[in-house]
Design a protein around this ligand. Sequence first.
Ligand SMILES: [Zn+2]
Length: 253
Amino acid sequence: MNENISIIAKKISETSNNVIFTGAGISTESGIPDYRSKGGIWDKFRPVYFNEFMSSRDAREEYWRRWSELYQDLILAKPNPAHMAIIKLHEMGLLKSVITQNIDGLHQESGLPDEKVIELHGSTCRIRCMSCNKISSIHDVKKRLDSGDLAPECECGGYLKPDTISFGQAMPVEKVERAIKMSKDCNFFMVVGSTLIVQPASHMPVYAKNSKAFLAIINLSETPCDGICDVRVHGKAGEVMTKIINEIDQNGR
Ligand SMILES: [Zn+2]
């Protein structure tokens, strides 16, 4: 494992054109459950599909009930050592961009500027009006839910919805294209805490590898891209990322 960490540290230091791809494994270390995993909220209940949300008040109320549960996890969650290691890379001038499957906004909360984060599945820290696109604060919307407004609407009459990609909702074309371009153009691509199962996110390492980037994967379990990567570390995101930063520091950056 330590040998692989040294290789990763060396490769990151060689270029500033480094892309980091993060998934649920980095958020679980901040206490955010992996909702798609067994026992997670999407495993317990049938998901509310986008067309149901848009066509049925019952579905909207159901969605908001579940979101209220997530809200509790969300306000308690703080960036962990893996997020902070990514910030260090940013400060060292060694980070081009983060592509994330996570919807918790923790990369931004850790101090990464918005323009360095591509949120493929959106963010549950923003509430968007589905008609006029106005963004509202999650805390204001939570207050409305708590006061009995069970499916909040915008003043324009549009439905408010967390700014995430729901089941059955189209992926944001511009973001996906930007992520593909970043993946193809980078010299070094590192997966941190993703099982690389959810599409189209899971294709990004393949784009990177096919474009001759060095591909590293840090994850607790196996991924479908293990066979094509250059270096693989089985471990927790926070621990491994901290070791990588220490190694870069020691090598005198
Ligand atoms: Zn509106």
